[in-house]
Design a protein around this ligand. Structure first.
Ligand SMILES: *Cc1c(COP(=O)(O)O)cnc(C)c1O
Length: 363
């Protein structure tokens, strides 16, 4: 019997997305938080998981009521539990958004360089994908954004702030203007604040304008600031009209009892986990200065990574670092590389490896 699996036409020959998972001593490629939890947090998580295990014969709370309350309290800004939605990582949250608000005959828009997963969610939700552009300094020109939105009439606009891979945060006036333009065409705007907690002082969150902006969605994750990438918990705040729509497309019991329990413990320990964020922000600023000191071009960053360049052969530089046990990310516009901010020891290893690589005339 000969058989060819009836794969969707647009998926034929497509490689699964993902950064290389290479086991090297210094991993600075996927913007993870380099600090694992303290033993006190480990013990609390273990106890909460043990407790959840006692009732694993039952399905979990489908509405994750307690977790929603905790997330709303964490976000502040008057966000109510009914305005919160969560799923297994903000990647799943974003797919659910496109399942509910995208779909055949509809369009999702972003502005490049942007998060490389967005076109994949659009494809998986059979939504057309259109990208405008960002400026030379990676800021977003409001007039251009408004023009793209008016022309393509997207039902969903996806904008990371701070932007991945550039680190650029959007000013509130830009968020408001993009939301107004999208409202004209009945579109929603997702401000993806996956790195929101790493913002520099004085950079506001889009949460500040949430109450008066009914088509705004602010997305967050526990993967980065909370050092919880392995637990898979992403969430958002939006109007209840939007969160209620997401309840329609989610799989039943999509958030396991274990996930809910672990996330709640992490939120209880927010002070300890977020204290490391300040260390990382300081290390980020030191990394920007150091790279500039090497004569490199460096994008302003409000995130826990830094985009730098520009190299005639960025792959040679990436490989030169990897050969010395330092894994960074070959991403962003041609000629640029992105390094995640690690511990001081990891950043010293990065400095040493980059100096040696550039000293050999690579790049
Ligand atoms: C890391 C990241 C996410 C979060 O992914 P999770 O699925 O929550 O781990 C979302 N958006 C951007 C732009 C990211 O870089």
């Amino acid at each position: 019997m000969t058989f060819t699996a009836p794969l969707r036409e647009e998926l034929r020959g497509v490689e699964p997305y993902g950064a290389p998972q290479i086991d090297v001593p210094v991993q600075l490629n996927v913007n993870e938080n380099p600090y694992g939890p303290s033993e006190a947090v480990v013990a609390d998580v273990a106890a909460a998981v043990a407790d959840a295990t006692r009732t694993l014969n039952r399905y979990p709370d489908r509405e994750f009521t307690a977790l929603r309350e905790d997330l709303a309290a964490y976000l502040g800004h008057g966000v109510t539990p009914a305005q919160v939605w969560a799923a297994n990582g903000s990647n799943e949250v974003m797919l659910q958004i496109l399942q509910a608000f995208g779909g055949p005959g509809r369009t999702a828009v972003s502005f490049a360089p942007t998060y490389s997963m967005y076109p994949e969610y659009a494809r998986d939700a059979m939504t057309d994908w259109v990208v405008g552009h960002r400026e030379e300094d990676f800021s977003l020109d409001v007039a251009h954004a408004v023009e793209v939105i008016a022309k393509h009439r997207p039902s969903v606009v996806l904008l990371p702030s701070p932007n991945n891979p550039t680190g650029t945060a959007l000013p509130p006036a830009t968020v408001t203007a993009v939301c107004a333009a999208a409202a004209e065409v009945d579109g929603i705007v997702v401000i993806d604040e996956a790195y929101g907690e790493f913002r520099r002082a004085g950079t506001p969150s889009a949460l500040e304008v949430l109450a008066e902006t009914p088509n705004l969605v602010v997305s967050r994750t526990m993967s980065k600031a909370f050092a919880l990438a392995g637990a898979r918990l992403g969430y958002l705040a939006a109007s209840t009209e939007i969160t209620d729509a997401l309840r329609v497309v989610r799989l039943p019991y999509h958030l396991s009892a274990v996930t809910q329990a672990v996330a709640r413990v992490a939120l209880r320990h927010a002070d300890e986990l977020l204290a490391r964020v300040d260390d990382l922000r300081a290390e980020r600023d030191r990394t920007v200065s150091w790279l500039r000191g090497q004569g490199l071009t460096v994008a302003e960053s409000d995130a826990n990574y830094v985009l730098f360049g520009r190299f005639a052969d960025r792959h040679a530089v990436w490989q030169g670092l990897l050969d010395q046990g330092v894994l960074i990310r070959e991403t962003g516009p041609d000629g640029w590389l992105r390094v995640s901010v690690g511990t001081p020891a990891e950043m010293t290893a990065f400095h040493t490896a980059l100096t040696a690589t550039l000293g050999r005339g690579l790049g």
